[in-house]
Write a protein that binds this ligand. Structure first.
Ligand code: FE2
Length: 145
């Protein structure tokens, strides 16, 4: 898989090199197909605290008047710390590998986010960046409604 990282905001693009970053509008990308492998190899035992743990709720109670799938994500199965120098900087959400949104985090928040998806994709991908341990991702199939 060809992976391109935005040099400005750290966004990871899955579908080839984007013209412009969909998060921060920058134009400079660096190709690194091994960005997830590198993190896992550097700190394999850390995976339980870094791999996004996802709950998919196909009927949103918060926005019942519109099609909405809740993507609830926490980092990770064992909660990642949120300390001054070691925290989860952001969680990016993709529907069928296309970027749909970002949640910026800080040490004042829990390492978690909720995305209210309008799209009816077959899969959802979550990418997180840890300030110390780099990039981690997970992909979930969305159940048929
Ligand atoms: Fe970490």
């Amino acid at each position: 898989m060809e992976l391109y990282i935005c040099k400005s905001c750290g966004h990871v693009a899955f579908n080839g090199k984007p013209e412009q970053c969909p998060v921060c509008a920058a134009y400079i990308f660096e190709r690194n197909d091994a960005v997830f492998k590198e993190a896992a190899e550097k700190s394999g035992e850390a995976s339980i605290k870094h791999i996004p743990a996802v709950t998919v709720n196909t009927s949103c109670g918060f926005i019942p008047e519109n099609d909405c799938i809740d993507i609830l994500v926490r980092i990770g199965a064992t909660l990642h710390p949120m300390e001054e120098k070691h925290f989860i900087r952001f969680i990016d959400c993709y529907s069928d590998s296309v970027y749909v949104g970002r949640s910026y985090l800080s040490p004042g928040l829990n390492p978690a986010a909720c995305f209210h998806l309008k799209t009816k994709g077959k899969s959802v991908t979550l990418v997180e960046q840890c300030t110390i341990h780099g990039y981690w991702m997970t992909e979930e199939m969305i159940p048929e409604q």
